[in-house]
Write a protein that binds this ligand. Structure first.
Ligand code: ATP
Length: 323
């Protein structure tokens, strides 16, 4: 197999509706997911036997972020069987009866435990890459059966792009991607437990619901202003209550000029939509100044990236984005 390189793209939830707990203990969700150009790079190298893994800090500027401001060094994920990429390799090798081994190197640019599905994206990249490298001939649906055992977001990460996702995350229906709209990400150096977030949501008297169908219509029409209006996340209020600093930064993103702001997944990453790349740079600079003026408390990392618009369209071109 020599070696294989796969891109593992981050995602945001443009709309996330969480339903009541199902008899099997999972929550049913209805979400519209969108891949971003921000990505980890996953390198796969054949070995005679076993799985080994290393994680290295990636460079967000070379991995899909046109602008990047770092205040807090991002942590690296575990290098053993706790890593979702390791787990994906293990399950695939079992399912296909493979007796060879693989060394996985992950160049991490997606922040950890952020609501951006970084671990899920790495796992999906391993499934795609090993399927290709070892000519296993599994189709997407067969890979998705393994993917969902690794995590609820992994099936979407196999497809990437734009999709309506239901069930617990295993029902993925791809939809045409909108243009590569720029988007800001703001990630505070806190981690939010997804389980704790769902638990707090279940305890609410009247849990907020979101109409993800409206978002789908806005995307189909490629209507950015309408997409901004339809942003919604059932889990945002509970995470904002747990991490009150997010309220300040959410307002800061609005004041800086974002046309719509929302938390992704169970958080804590906030994303902000902007009119175009020039506006994105302008908003980025304004937010960077706010961060520099604050100087104390929890300071966020900032990223300016873009929607991944269809396959093979994920290279930034032009000086500003490569700087
Ligand atoms: P999601 O949006 O799917 O809930 P997330 O963005 O909130 O995911 P991840 O970055 O996937 O969260 O990390 C969640 C946890 O998984 C972390 O605590 C991390 O230690 C662990 N993890 C395991 N493997 C990885 C990986 N390859 N990359 C990142 N985190 C990983």
């Amino acid at each position: 197999m020599g070696w294989i390189v796969e891109r593992a793209h981050a995602k945001i939830n443009l709309a996330l509706d969480v339903g009541p707990v199902r008899p099997d203990g999972y929550h049913g969700i209805h979400t519209i997911m969108q891949s971003l150009e921000l990505r980890d790079i996953v390198l796969l190298e054949e070995r005679p036997a076993g799985i080994s893994l290393e994680c290295l800090p990636g460079d967000p500027r070379k991995q899909g972020a046109g602008c990047f401001l770092e205040f807090d060094r991002e942590l690296l994920p575990p290098r053993d069987e706790r890593n979702l990429a390791w787990r994906a390799a293990e399950l695939l090798m079992q399912a296909a009866g493979i007796r060879r081994g693989v060394h996985i190197t992950i160049h991490k640019a997606i922040p950890l435990a952020a609501g951006l599905a970084g671990g899920s994206a790495d796992a999906a990249a391993v499934l795609r890459g090993l399927n290709r490298a070892w000519n296993l001939g599994m189709n997407q649906d067969e890979l998705a059966v393994i993917a969902v055992k690794v995590g609820a977001d992994v099936p979407f990460c196999l497809w990437e792009g734009t999709a309506e996702v239901t069930g617990i995350g295993e029902q993925v229906s791809s939809v045409p991607s909108p243009p590569p709209w720029p988007v800001l990400l703001l990630k505070l150096p806190v981690s939010v437990s997804t389980a704790a977030c769902y638990k707090a949501y279940d305890e609410l008297q009247s849990p907020p619901r979101v109409d993800a169908g409206k978002m789908l219509a806005a995307l189909t029409n490629q209507d950015l202003a309408r997409v901004a209006e339809c942003l919604g996340n059932s889990l945002e209020a509970v995470t904002l209550r747990k991490v009150p600093e997010l309220v300040f930064w959410r307002e800061a993103m609005e004041k800086a000029g974002c046309i719509g702001v929302l938390m992704s997944g169970s958080g804590p990453t906030l994303f902000g939509l902007v009119h175009d790349e020039e506006h994105g740079h302008h908003v980025f600079e304004r937010l960077a100044n706010t961060v520099k003026q604050e100087r104390k408390g929890l300071l966020p990392n900032l990223y300016l990236t873009r929607f991944l618009s269809g396959k093979g369209n994920d290279e930034f071109k032009g000086g500003a984005w490569n700087a």
